[in-house]
Write a protein that binds this ligand. Sequence first.
Ligand SMILES: Nc1ncnc2c1ncn2[C@@H]1O[C@H](COP(=O)(O)OP(=O)(O)OP(=O)(O)O)[C@@H](O)[C@H]1O
Length: 444
Amino acid sequence: MPGIPAQILILDDDADVAYAAKLLLRRAGQVATLADPAQVPRYLQQNTPDVVLLDFNFTPGRADGAEGLKVLEQLQALPRAPAVIAMTAYADVPLAVAAMKCGACDFITKPWDNARLAAAVDAALARRAAPASTTPAATAALLGNSVAMRELRAAIGIVGPTGANVMVLGENGVGKELVARGIHLASRRAAAGFLAVDMGSLPESMLESELFGHRKGAFTDARSDRPGRFQSASGGTLFLDEIGNLALPAQSKLLTALERREVTPLGADRPQTIDVRIISATNLDEARLYDAQVFRPDLLFRLNTIVIRVPPLRERPGDIPGLLEHYLNLYQSQYGRPERAISPAAFDALCAHAWPGNVRALRHACERAVILAESDLYGIADFGLHTAEPVAAPVTATALKLDALERDAVAASLEQAQGNISHAARLLGISRAALYRKLEKHGL
Ligand SMILES: Nc1ncnc2c1ncn2[C@@H]1O[C@H](COP(=O)(O)OP(=O)(O)OP(=O)(O)O)[C@@H](O)[C@H]1O
């Protein structure tokens, strides 16, 4: 509310940590500090915090986070629950992830990056103050009326104009790129371009030339000067997709570019200043993303000033009917097919399905149903889900064998790539889109 300063509570037994955070956050509101969870009930009798920065271990020697989780529970039970930002040591990231599952909105690792902490608190405060819907144009493509999707749209409206670097997290096919495009459209850079780069499919040997450009003659195939993605996206937004797949040496090159705000094309003797907003995305599990063996913490701090998490479709089943309707309509008109309704049994099955491939898989299933349906209503078999009855079609023994071989090859490459779609596609020598189709076909 205008005029009323936000209340921020820092709960940490380390006096130095609490004091440093207090100094940093003074400009964002009224800051109180407490050192002991036992003081919390009394504080809550007289105060209504908007944001709580919460440490998880207080008693010396304790590292299970139970004390912090108990406070989180108390805060969640309040009529106007504050936004809670978990604060943990780097080694305790799994604890922070557990806290997020219990309702914390974000987490910060200690020692923190000042800009990241300030941005996390600003984002938490802005989210509380935001009206239910913002910048419809920026989020028009993002369908779904679940609470999660409404919050996501509000977050895009808030984060977009800030210009801060954003990291979008979520499983494959949840809509991370749509979110990134929404942030771009809600930003002051909307009139300039949005350029997406699939970092997962960039071979390491090409990374520098692709990202930073090259001069004619810099290497055998460099027949002319070529700008890199950083230069091409100048003034706009560069979307670094599958950032979690970047090898460590490549991470350090990217870090240098971001730190210096300049890139040197291969073969050039002078760097060029860059002006891009970076939005990155990954499907990497957060515990792995925060593992320094996998991802450089200093690069992470550059990229994740704001973190946006897109929940999987199975956690927002209320969005499924609207998405089915949208994509069936889309493909019916695209393929000039008649309008059909979904049979009640198929509808129930589709709503109960876990959708491991998320919205992308649902979209493909709708396309398939529109193409294959023959009766008056869409039946579950038309959608080709692995839980459905197999479509009765004559198949020869050879086709069956080839199919089984293909399934095994896809499964083996996925295992070898530890579930990383880009890597698996590269192992198989096919595009990511083709791999998605095969995953769906074989119900993997
Ligand atoms: N909320 C949504 N409303 C409508 N369509 C959506 C939504 N979320 C995702 N989609 C559609 O699902 C497909 C996958 O979305 P997108 O590419 O943004 O996902 P992603 O998380 O970036 O996937 P990946 O991790 O595999 O790159 C796209 O066709 C997109 O249009």
